[in-house]
Design a protein around this ligand. Structure first.
Ligand code: MRU
Length: 399
């Protein structure tokens, strides 16, 4: 297996946006088909598509999809068209708040709409074709940037290296190839990967479910650890470099990334281990001087309160399929359990796929669930980008 055999993250096909449903990986390789831009928004909010560059691409495809499916309802020279387009763009751009790639790519397509509506030079279907082509450019540029930054990153390492990474900054977090994992894939091709430690990344387990799956798929030697084991492996001398991705990098280098990244950066400094952020230029936000004003997404506490198990019942077993049909006939099945706990089973699509959520914490416990944290620039050794490996001081000049 090699990285080049990894599936595509998302694509345009038959007038709809298709994507791998990442909520169900690695158990199921389901393809989610979004026929409306509202469907793309749900996919972004529910993490079916996730990772900063991937949601940027999804946002761009979402704008194209709005134009393709709903834009034709309006006279394009009329103000109504622009007003409706603005609403769709606003909803897409704000589906998640922390990664800058999402508003950046949506606004890239929004600007095209504004330009051509003002000029009145295209029919609705011509404009929609143009937007689909632009969304494809977003995706091609992202993949090219990832391959380039991966090559720059691999040059940082001289020989067999023991890496640690967090969350999933891999191929499926981008259009293709990945950022932090792009560096590791490029290093692997040069025989420079001795080992990769993958942090599980509670609460949604992007490391345990997605990064571990990607690295095994690509034939990279990797082992999973719980997040609270990072200090131990660093202390034992088992980590040579930490490489993670980013959701938004400010002008001074402060970097928002998956919750837990900040702690890893402090640990790396204490153990004198270099700490790298791998990200394309589209993840830099020079409009923010520092990380204090980055909006941190706070997600549903149910991600911490319980666990979700995904699966598909064997429809060839009549007793099981009949029981499942009955249980979910009127929507999600709420099954009461002892001590006030409950289990919820949600049917996925029209088939026998399901998500079952079990509450594992005390009934009345409350949780705080910030999805990202901000690592101050002083903990970051360098930023691996498609324009080269740069320091925080070089960001205003090169990004
Ligand atoms: O909540 P997620 O899974 O979208 O968070 C993703 C991350 O934090 C990634 O590390 C980041 O987006 C970089 S992806 C190349």
């Amino acid at each position: 297996m090699s990285v080049e055999q990894l599936p595509r993250t998302l694509w345009w096909e038959d007038g709809a946006v298709h994507m791998i449903d990442q909520t169900r990986l690695p158990l199921q390789g389901d393809i989610l088909v979004c026929n409306t831009y509202e469907g793309v928004i749900v996919a972004i909010k529910t993490l079916a598509v996730r990772g900063a560059p991937a949601i940027g691409a999804a946002g761009a495809l979402g704008v194209a999809l709005w134009s393709h499916t709903q834009g034709a309802e309006f006279d394009q020279t009329n103000d109504d068209y622009l007003a409706a387009a603005q609403i769709a763009c606003d909803e897409l751009a704000t589906a998640r708040p922390t990664a800058v790639n999402l508003p950046r790519e949506v606004n890239r397509l929004r600007a095209l709409i504004q330009q051509h509506v003002a000029a009145g030079d295209l029919t609705p279907s011509e404009l929609s074709e143009l937007l689909i082509a632009e969304a494809h450019s977003v995706m091609q540029q992202d993949e090219a940037a990832n391959r380039k930054l991966g090559a720059y990153g691999a040059e940082l390492f001289d020989g067999p290296t023991k890496f640690l990474t967090h969350c999933n900054a891999g191929s499926i977090a981008t259009t293709y190839y990945g950022t932090a994992l792009g560096v590791i894939y490029a290093a692997q091709q040069q025989g420079k990967v001795e080992h990769v430690w993958v942090g599980e990344t509670r609460p949604v387990n992007q490391g345990g479910r997605l990064t571990a799956w990607e690295l095994l798929f690509a034939g990279v030697p990797a082992q999973l650890i719980c997040d609270n084991m990072a200090a131990f492996v660093m202390g034992e001398g088992l980590v040579d470099a930490v490489v993670v991705g980013a959701d938004r990098i400010c002008a001074n280098g402060d970097t928002a990334n998956k919750i837990g990244t900040y702690g890893l950066a402090i640990l790396a400094k204490e153990h004198k281990i270099p700490f790298y952020i791998a990200a394309p230029s589209t993840t830099f936000d020079l409009s923010l001087a520092d990380g204090r004003t980055i909006e941190i997404e706070v997600r549903d506490s149910r991600e911490i309160e319980g666990v979700t198990v995904s699966g598909t019942f064997d429809a060839t077993t009549p007793a099981v399929s009949a029981a499942f049909d009955k249980m979910t006939a009127e929507g999600p099945a709420e099954l009461p359990m002892t001590k006030g706990h409950h289990m919820q089973i949600v049917r996925k699509g029209g088939g026998y796929a399901f998500d079952a959520w079990f509450k594992t914490t005390p009934t009345h416990v409350t949780c705080f669930n910030p999805a990202f944290d901000v690592t101050p620039a002083k903990y970051i050794t360098a930023y691996i980008t498609e324009r080269g490996v740069i320091t925080a001081e070089q960001i205003p000049e090169l990004m």
